[in-house]
Design a protein around this ligand. Structure first.
Ligand code: SPV
Ligand code: MN
Length: 586
């Protein structure tokens, strides 16, 4: 028996490896522990197997996903259920046994000639009451390498676990590769087996589909959190730096590609995480941790002016995987919106050879990404690995909304905030396969990952109030508001002012105007914030254009929500909040 498995001495782990080794028939099984040697082994295997390639800068590599494998595949991501559940929203489900039978057939021999990596990770900080252990089997060294940058190593945590049978399981195969990319994308499947806390993901490489610990684990965590009385949220976690060196922790849910990472990266603040949190009540306080330890971020428009910290990491030595960007002949990555011109000779592209005259093909895919660890960021918050997490004082919901929501507002109460979270709407982006720019209801920015009926999810949020001494304040932001001519009303950097205003509200330092839709900032409170945070003067005209409550558009929004929620059986308190919101707008 493998020495590392022997040392682990975990019967359930051994049985899983045995089962999937027999089914998938890999040529070799390699068990990864927490050592630097094993991390280095994964890096070299990713290069040897052609899933990654070296770049000129030390520590940098690139990876291409197939042309059809550039984003999360919602249509083929299915929840396996023994008994049908009425979610109330559209989600792909499949009879559990039918799904398991199908996946067994597709797994048969899928790793022939390949090496299967077995890796142990910890979702959340190690030795923390928040955390969940996870076992990943994959034949993709790129996936295993990405997980090393994005998650905490967990071999020792498995070895010393109090409940050694309690962990999530992820079985992944990139399937047959051609030029380093998955060939049989028509047989791509992501099957989430909630009842066994495991996910099967095959014939894909794009990390949102393949990396078990990311959105696959998140789907399992939402269901587990509901059963156990805590929250798993699609949220960043950040320290907002207020007056007198005060740090106030905020979490925020935004649909993919709507400014979530850039909010967590606002200059002068500190980032704990940019994608997923676990939150729990302890002694009447809501506390949260980042489930991850890295960023799988959108690279488009990352440049020296707008995202200086990330740009710095992407242009200096250190571990970084670039995916689906342009690679010049001398091994330099280029991407859209970097403010650096791609070379005239063009270079390697996930679509083939690219040259600047190919005007219809962007330099990088709109969902092209970088993978880095948070440790490489200068603005990382030192609490990142604290097993106790941080106290959450505020939650923010954001969306891509060109015509309705003011740039920032505060909910009237916790229950009103729960309503606002449930009613996030956003125009679709390139983060999922499908048409862009269509306004969609995306409750809590979480619709793609929801494994609970919305009524239960909402009830969990409402219930929380009873257990907390003080509830976090809830805010809604909108960075995408436009004027009648379709021009953005705000600069990208204005979000800093909105967050600092919200931070001051948490501490009762600024007043606000009560409107039917919530509390909005007063002009005179924003002027000094624009001055101190951005060195900008803020005009009354700008304020009026941005903060005039567009009553007709809001009415239309709440009518859309009333129509949607008429179909759900929601908690009474929620129905009351919804009615009250509509009444106030009358
Ligand atoms: C998102 O799309 O929300 C992401 C990237 O964070 S993915 O891994 O594709 O989910
Ligand atoms: Mn995300």
């Amino acid at each position: 028996m493998d020495k590392k498995l022997e040392r682990l001495n975990n019967t359930r782990v051994n049985a899983i490896i045995e089962k999937y080794a027999a089914l998938c028939e890999p040529a070799k099984i390699t068990v990864i522990d927490d050592s630097e040697e094993d991390a280095a082994l994964l890096r070299s295997r990713a290069l040897e197997g052609g899933e990654e390639h070296l770049l000129a800068m030390k520590g940098h590599t690139y990876h291409f996903d197939g042309i059809q494998d550039q984003a999360r595949d919602k249509a083929h991501t299915k929840l396996l259920l023994s008994k049908p559940i009425n979610f109330g929203f559209e989600t792909a489900t499949l009879d559990r046994q039918t799904g398991l039978d199908e996946i067994e057939k597709l797994l048969k021999g899928i790793m022939k000639g390949k090496e299967m990596f077995v890796r142990f990770c910890c979702l959340g900080p190690v030795n923390s009451p928040f955390s969940i252990l996870a076992l990943q089997l994959t034949d993709s060294a790129y996936v295993a390498h990405s997980e090393d940058l994005l998650y905490r190593r967990g071999y020792e945590a498995f070895r010393t676990a109090k409940n050694p049978d309690d962990f999530f399981v992820f079985i992944h195969s990139a399937g047959e590769l051609e030029n380093g990319v998955t060939k049989n994308v028509d047989q791509r499947r992501v099957y989430v087996d909630l009842e066994a806390n495991r996910v099967f993901s095959i014939n894909n490489q794009y990390a949102g589909n393949s990396v078990g610990l990311k959105k696959l684990a998140f789907r399992l965590a939402i269901a587990k959190a509901h059963k156990e009385g805590w929250l798993a949220e699609h949220m960043f976690l950040m320290g907002v730096h207020g007056k007198n060196n005060r740090i106030t922790y905020f979490s925020g849910a935004y649909p993919s590609a709507c400014g979530k990472t850039s909010t967590a990266m606002i200059p002068g603040q500190s980032i704990v995480g940019d994608d997923i949190i676990y939150a729990r009540e302890f002694d009447g306080e809501l506390r949260a941790v980042n489930v991850e330890r890295g960023i799988f971020g959108i690279i488009e428009n990352v440049n020296a002016i707008d995202d200086p910290e990330i740009f710095n990491v992407l242009t200096h030595e250190g571990e970084c995987i670039f995916s689906n960007v342009l690679i010049s002949d001398d091994g330099v990555p280029y991407w859209t919106g970097s403010e650096v011109d791609p070379p005239k000779a063009g270079g390697k592209h996930y679509t083939g050879h690219w040259t600047p005259d190919m005007k219809d093909v962007p330099v990088s895919h709109k969902n092209a990404r970088y993978t880095i660890s948070l440790e490489s960021l200068a603005n990382r918050d030192p609490v990142l690995h604290d097993p106790k997490g941080v106290r959450l004082d505020a939650m923010v919901y954001g969306g891509r909304d060109s015509d309705t929501s003011v740039p920032v507002l505060e909910a009237k109460s916790w229950a009103h905030g729960v309503l606002l979270g449930a009613c996030v709407e956003s125009e679709t982006t390139a983060a999922t396969i499908g048409q862009e720019g269509v306004r969609k209801h995306n409750p809590y920015a979480n619709l793609d990952f929801m494994t609970l009926p919305l009524s239960k999810y909402v009830a969990d949020h409402l219930e929380l109030e009873k257990r907390l001494k003080t509830t976090p304040k809830v805010f809604v932001t909108n960075y995408f508001l436009k004027d009648a001519n379709g021009k953005f009303l705000n600069h990208k950097l204005d979000k800093k002012v909105w967050m600092l205003w919200a931070e001051a509200r948490v501490h009762g330092e600024v007043d606000a105007i009560e409107t039917p839709v919530g509390f909005i900032p007063k002009y005179e409170d924003l002027v000094p914030l624009f001055q101190s945070a951005l060195n900008k003067s803020y005009s009354r005209e700008d304020y009026d254009a941005q903060f005039t409550v567009r009553i007709e558009a809001y009415r239309a929004k709440w009518q859309r929500m009333a129509n949607i929620f008429a179909k759900y059986d929601m908690p009474d308190k929620f129905e009351d909040e919804l009615k009250a919101q509509i009444e106030r707008l009358k």
